[in-house]
Design a protein. Sequence first.
Length: 223
Amino acid sequence: MSKQGFLQLFRPARKIPQTIWSSDRPLNFRPKLSTIFALVSGLWIFGTGEAILIGAGIGVSPWTVLAQGISEQTSFTVGLSTFIVGITVLFLWIPLRETPGIGTISNIIVISLSIDVMGPFIPEQTNLLTQIIQASIGIILVAIGSAFYLTANLGPGPRDGWMTGIQKRTAWPIGRVRAGIEISVLAIGTFLGGVFGLGTVMFALSIGPMLAICLGIVKKWAI
């Protein structure tokens, strides 16, 4: 591969691409096997990335901060707390008249399960350098997992659907809606005892560009 071709491979995508496994519509209750595989494997990779980020011990994504906070106040695992948060947010879709798909329900179940199953196998780091490296690996896996499950096109996750539903009803800019949700969730999670730190900042600054790069790679590889 030439240098130009290599650089083109890592060119960020501007939107979610259509792939050979993409469903032709979000509300598809009889998707192809390849679509289901992309969805489930992507969500499992996403949850594994979150577990790795938790193990790094320097802060996690805002929604996982909330799950950690709930865990601190209860006897629930982080995975179970993530599941409860997902179900709660799904109920918030009702006044927004959003419709969940297979991907929405799978998002709640598979990510929660992946965090709890993979968590015990993830080493907990105490040295700052290894913590940063492990957090970076976790963020990369979250981006890779997101690229797979988003391109499956079987419905948004509960948090994404809540965001788009609010935007439709209020006509507020999508960026402001997402920022408002993330900041609110982070504040509540931190108050409850979730871990906010360097890893949280790393996630906030890098997940967008990293996801765009992963979607770009998928676009080149799977059309």
